[in-house]
Design a protein around this ligand. Structure first.
Ligand code: NAG
Ligand code: NAG
Ligand code: NAG
Ligand code: NAG
Ligand code: NAG
Ligand code: NAG
Length: 508
């Protein structure tokens, strides 16, 4: 009975909804989701370029606003504003590489469980100009914990020449078709990087996908060739890559009882493998320009693992960037990123994976949780303030339990699919990410932003390649906060940040 009347209300709300607005649903978890189905999905029209002194403001908040657009006008500077944020484009920092998520098997399985018109809305939500315009995504080389079973591209007997290397059903069903559609929605402007979780068992010292196992030294070259074979196989499907990482989480073998498919690496041995095998294999291939991204593991391994792995100058020359995961960020200070940048000023730093997990949070999926969205943008702003060049999320789409995952490693995702209802839910995490990804295009440069506010208010600013300025402000306060945004070249914008909100200000 209750269910029926709720359904009625949803249906009625839907019919009154303007075409691009959020169809809001509250699951009682401290925030709301936007529901998308065959009839409806909220979109964000591309921002129109305003002439000075006007600026655009987009607001999302815990109360339910989603990318609400307003227009304001810069005024003359006021003296001694109480809550002041000063933006200065003369002072410039790192260049932005992009934003995105991962084409895991689970992502593809969940997208594929929807009817085609709903699939299209989902992909548009992430990739199109009326969505949040993802630009940099990760593709697993073979299986991960977000697969239905463990596998590689050369299971079976020892095969030193990789004669039996072949893509599998998962690539053709769950990855390639959605990568192609996503790329099309970005006008073929989507950059991809690939990461391997596990190696064939016959290459591993322990003969297993997981546990305390490393690549056998006599297999180092074969393992490097395996990466090139992967690039060849995707190239045959018309998919090319911007980067590869040296392997997902080389330190995960240290976790007792770990079930995640993994290749363990000792830092100095990985350095030798890059110098002698992976680096030459890539640079002597047709993919010689591809970015090689080292570490691909938690902030807690900075700078030590990278210092050791890249100690040899030959290794360091092969490596373009350093990949960092988000899971230890709440205990490890961002100064580790600064130290890493000081040691390797010419290498980019990319957040290559993030998601909300237990035990940090109590349940895998918490539909509508604003807190989880805030957790994302808090981390993004912290990373960006400490030399990180881009931020890539983990699974783009999961089911309401947080899977599928064959090792029961259930987690949350910005989009959750409900197959029974034929609909999907865009969570606050999706909108928090979108406040950056949509308004801070690739090749934007971070600029200085200084605030006299306390830690409840976080800010980061960018100069875009079209010379626009984007300022993103997170208000974690339980009440509204009036602020003065000062840009000497424009004037002062008087804004009120609503309670528990994220705001993007955009001007030219
Ligand atoms: C996207 O796909 C459509 C339909 O196949 C095609 O007409 C269009 O040219 C494609 N766009 C790009 C940028 O590839
Ligand atoms: C890596 O392995 C080598 C040789 O087994 C050992 O000497 C070295 O201490 C190890 N380094 C690390 C960082 O574990
Ligand atoms: C760096 O690695 C290369 C390739 O393994 C090796 O030839 C060279 O001796 C190493 N250099 C140092 C200083 O260890
Ligand atoms: C998914 O849809 C079914 C059918 O409408 C419904 O019973 C169920 O509660 C929905 N699940 C969620 C998490 O909304
Ligand atoms: C941005 O500004 C610079 C310097 O003022 C100018 O040279 C460039 O053409 C501008 N670019 C665009 C896209 O407007
Ligand atoms: C946050 O809220 C409290 C009261 O809830 C208020 O005293 C404080 O000034 C607010 N502003 C900031 C920036 O934290």
């Amino acid at each position: 009975m209750l269910k029926i009347s709720l359904l009625l209300i949803f249906t009625l709300t839907a019919s009154c909804q303007a075409q691009n607005e959020c169809l809001s649903r509250d699951y009682g978890n401290g925030g709301t989701v936007c529901v998308c189905n065959s009839d409806h999905c909220d979109t964000i029209p591309a921002p129109e370029r305003l002439e000075p002194p006007q600026y655009l403001v987009y607001t999302s908040n815990k109360a339910g606003l989603r990318f609400q657009k307003d227009v304001g006008t810069f005024e003359q500077p006021s003296e001694n504003a109480e809550n002041e944020i000063v933006v200065n484009s003369e002072q410039q920092y790192q260049t932005i590489l992009g934003w995105g998520g991962a084409f895991t098997d689970s992502t593809g399985i969940n997208i594929g469980s929807l009817e085609e018109s709903v699939q299209e809305k989902l992909l548009r939500s992430y990739f199109s100009e009326d969505g949040i315009e993802y630009s940099l995504c990760r593709v697993p080389i073979g299986g991960t914990d977000f697969s239905t079973h463990g596998y590689t591209y050369d299971d079976g007997d020892e095969d030193l020449d990789l004669k039996n290397f072949a893509l599998v059903e998962e690539d053709y069903q769950y990855k390639i078709p959605y990568i192609q559609k996503a790329s099309n929605l970005t006008n073929n402007n989507l950059r991809l990087f690939a990461s391997a979780w596990n190696a064939p068992k016959w290459m591993k010292t322990n003969g297993e996908y997981t546990g305390w196992g490393f690549i056998k030294p006599e297999m180092y070259q074969t393992w490097a060739d395996y990466f090139v074979k992967f690039l060849d196989s995707y190239q045959e499907e018309g998919i090319s890559f911007w980067g590869i990482t040296t392997g997902n989480e080389p330190n995960t073998y240290l976790v007792p009882g770990n079930l995640i498919p993994t290749v363990g690496w000792n830092a100095s041995e990985q350095g030798e493998w890059i110098a002698n095998n992976l680096g030459p294999a890539i640079r002597n291939s047709v993919y010689s320009d591809i970015k090689i991204v080292a570490l691909d593991d938690q902030r807690m391994f900075l700078p030590g693992f990278v210092d050791t792995a890249l100690e040899n100058g030959t290794t360091s020359e092969y490596v373009d960037g350093i990949g960092v995961h988000f899971y230890s960020d709440f205990i490890i200070p961002p100064s580790m990123l600064d130290t890493t940048h000081e040691h390797f000023p010419d290498k980019f730093i990319l957040n290559t994976e993030a998601c909300i997990t237990i035990p940090m949070f109590t349940v895998p999926v918490d539909l509508g949780s604003w807190e989880r969205g805030e957790f994302y943008s808090d981390d993004i702003i912290e990373d960006l303030q400490h030399w990180v060049n881009g931020w890539v999320d983990w699974n783009m789409v999961l089911d309401p339990s947080g899977g599928p995952t064959f090792i029961d490693n259930l987690v949350d995702s910005p989009i959750i699919v409900n197959t029974t209802a034929g609909e999907f839910y865009k969570q606050p995490m999706y909108y928090h990410l979108g406040h950056f990804s949509k308004f801070v295009p690739r090749e934007s440069v971070r600029i200085d932003s200084v605030s006299n506010l306390n830690k409840n208010i976080e800010v980061v600013a960018f100069q875009r390649p079209d010379n626009g300025t984007t300022v993103v402000i997170l208000n974690k306060n339980e009440s509204a906060v009036p602020i003065s945004l000062v840009d000497e070249s424009r004037g002062t914008a008087q804004l009120e940040l609503s309670e528990k909100s994220i705001t993007t200000i955009l001007y030219w």
